[in-house]
Design a binder for this molecule. Structure first.
Ligand code: DGY
Length: 327
């Protein structure tokens, strides 16, 4: 008997076929409509494996109904959509997809940094709306990237990849992390700073720390006030780490120069959100890892995690490996 699993969104056909070789699959067949809570609740009691996305909230109440569930394979590196503690308590393994999206997400982070510093979105709108009358000395003048100071909060894989890109722009790299990374400092000439030092000194503050209860509202009014008026905030990690109400006020009142955001506390972001009224805010719809190659790799890795485990072996990327230990 093949184990029953649920996949909460359409995934590439060949990857689906690979899973179907060893599992009985139920698939939510839509591309752009998330699975409803009702359907999830209905299906969860009957499955051994769940292949899900960051759009699904896998909370304690849902897991309480998951009597047969043994693995949750998240097609993302972040797993703040899953109550890992509740899963661990029930001996359910959680897996994720680190590594394969590092460079792609670092590219987008750097693109946002360049877009905001050089006012590219604003400039493009200016041209399309027929406002371009002449070249003039200070027209759409922005901030320099070359030689500026980049402050990275959260020095994991993506932080390092962003730092590597910054060396090509001769940027000074400073970072804040729970633990110092001496080898990284030596390799890239980066310097460690306390959180407040980093906020004060950076021309670009890049948020790349995971979303945890401790990092909620890490950047709010007080932190934004510590930043230079010429500085730019980039967040490609998770919404909720930056307080959006405080950010809106800081951008509106020009307490900081600009912000580039790929993630929001509520996704999808409402088109009526006040942040979208500001010319100094560039907002993207959570596309950090969105290249065809990387999204395929993430889908494949999530499938490998799931299938490997259901075949009785240890998957490559376990979030809570303690559940695999024999009692
Ligand atoms: C992740 O993987 O956590 C991203 O946010 C989506 O690629």
């Amino acid at each position: 008997m093949k184990p029953k699993i649920l996949i909460t969104r359409r995934i590439p056909e060949d990857i689906l076929a690979m899973i179907q070789e060893t599992c009985e699959v139920k698939l939510w067949p839509e591309d752009d409509v998330p699975i409803s809570r009702d359907v999830l609740e209905r299906e969860i009691s009957d499955i051994e494996g769940l292949y899900c996305l960051l759009t699904e909230s896998i909370d304690d109440a849902l897991l309480a109904q998951a009597k047969k569930l043994r693995i949750i394979s998240n097609m993302a590196v972040g797993y703040n959509n899953i109550n890992v503690e509740a899963a661990t308590k029930r001996k359910i393994l959680v897996t994720n997809t680190p590594g394969v999206l590092t460079e792609t997400t670092a590219d987008l982070t750097f693109a946002l940094l360049m877009m905001t510093a050089r006012r590219m979105e604003e400039a493009s709108q200016f041209l399309r709306q027929g406002q371009w009358k002449t070249w003039s000395p200070m027209l759409l003048a922005g901030q320099d990237i070359y030689g500026a100071t980049l402050g990275i909060i959260g020095m994991g894989r993506i932080g390092e990849a962003v730092a590597r890109r910054a060396t090509g722009f001769d940027m000074k790299i400073i970072y804040h992390n729970r633990t110092r990374k001496i080898e990284f400092e030596e390799r890239l000439g980066a310097q460690y700073r306390t959180f407040n030092e980093l906020l004060k000194e950076s021309d670009f503050v890049c948020v790349l720390t995971p979303s945890t209860p401790e990092t909620q509202n890490l950047i709010g009014k007080k932190e934004l006030e510590r930043m230079k008026p010429s500085s730019i905030l980039i967040n490609t990690s998770r919404g909720g780490i930056v307080n959006e109400d405080d950010l809106y006020e800081a951008l509106r009142d020009q307490k900081i120069y600009a912000a580039g955001l790929d993630v929001f506390s509520e996704e999808p972001l409402s088109p009526q959100h006040p942040l979208l009224t500001l010319p100094n805010c560039v907002a993207l719809p959570h596309i950090g890892s969105a290249t065809v190659k990387t999204r395929r790799e993430m889908a494949r890795l999530a499938a490998v995690n799931l299938v490997t485990f259901l075949q009785g072996k240890k998957p490559p990327h376990c979030v809570n490996p303690s559940v695999l230990e024999k009692e």
